[in-house]
Design a protein around this ligand. Structure first.
Ligand SMILES: Nc1ncnc2c1ncn2[C@@H]1O[C@H](COP(=O)(O)OP(=O)(O)OP(=O)(O)O)[C@@H](O)[C@H]1O
Ligand SMILES: [Mg+2]
Length: 266
């Protein structure tokens, strides 16, 4: 089971969009995908029209009791979304209290990592959405993940923020004592904008080893897809934004390369 965390301390950079789009593309390729909403804002949960205030259980249950929920209990808290092709572990508003209530509990940063072990044979991919805050929740995501995706806008301030985040990351990674690969995803790239082009160049210079060949362009179909509650690849499979995420996943080796048009023998 591959576990990815999607994170950036900066808000509104495309984290939730990255989770939904990657999950949708992987599910369409037949993978069993679990999305985990670790953001108290519950944007991922709201994306699929689950009303967090009316749900009884969600990722907050990872913290509530000293004993972690086991496999059966975890599976009972998951919801099928996107016509049943993806599974969602939703966020409840109570998640916002985790920081204050459990911050000093021993092992609080490892709750998610430990819980996921119980379901490691149930899914091929787990993708974790995180809040734009470096706190207990983000630490849980980083501790559970084998791979970190960092969406970043190609503008000056966003890139400065990313440099700070990279330093923090190094501290977290050192503390956890095992390697965490990370990949920077330039997003909301404005074709023809000089500042976007310059931002991308700066990003490539500062994070040469982490920026792959894929840049996600500014594409209004992401907003339209969320307004309809559909994954971008269901809403607009051929949009330039979805094509970019498809290329990203192919580059990471988790989606098959494009074989072009398929012919079936008559
Ligand atoms: N490539 C893109 N082109 C155009 N709009 C985009 C793109 N990616 C995301 N968006 C839009 O930008 C807004 C913010 O995106 P998103 O919610 O994914 O960011 P976020 O990093 O998860 O925010 P937060 O920090 O609040 O959780 C959304 O309205 C989304 O539809
Ligand atoms: Mg978000």
């Amino acid at each position: 089971m591959d576990i990815w965390a999607v994170a950036n301390q900066k808000g509104g950079v495309g984290k939730t969009t990255t989770v939904v789009t990657c999950a949708g593309l992987l599910a369409e390729a037949g993978k069993r995908v679990l999305m985990v909403d670790l953001d108290p804002q519950g944007s991922l949960t709201a994306y699929f029209r689950l009303e967090s205030a009316r749900l009884r259980k969600g990722t907050y249950e990872l913290f509530r009791e000293p004993a972690l929920p086991g496999r059966t209990e975890l599976l009972s808290m998951f919801h099928p979304v996107s016509s049943g092709e993806i599974t969602l572990f939703p966020a409840l508003p109570a998640l916002a209290t985790v920081e204050r209530r459990f911050r000093s509990d021993e092992g609080v940063g490892l709750r998610l990592a430990r819980a996921l072990v119980a379901i490691e044979h149930d899914f091929d991919h787990v993708i974790i959405d995180t809040p734009p805050v470096l706190g207990v929740l983000m630490i849980n995501a980083l501790a559970a993940a084998g791979m970190l995706l960092l969406p970043v806008q190609t503008d000056y301030l966003a890139i400065k923020g990313l440099e700070r985040m990279a330093q923090t990351l190094q501290m977290v990674v050192r503390a956890r004592g095992r390697e965490l690969r990370y990949s920077v995803i330039p997003t909301m790239y404005e074709q023809g904008s000089e500042s976007s082009a310059q931002g991308l160049r700066t990003l490539m210079r500062s994070f040469a080893d982490q920026v792959g060949g894929t840049v996600v362009p500014l594409d209004a179909s992401f907003r339209d897809a969320s307004a309809r509650g559909l994954t971008p690849s269901r809403f607009a499979p051929r949009s330039k934004g979805v094509r970019a995420y498809r290329a990203l996943l192919r580059g990471m080796g988790v989606l098959e390369p494009d074989t072009g048009r398929r012919f079936t023998a008559a």
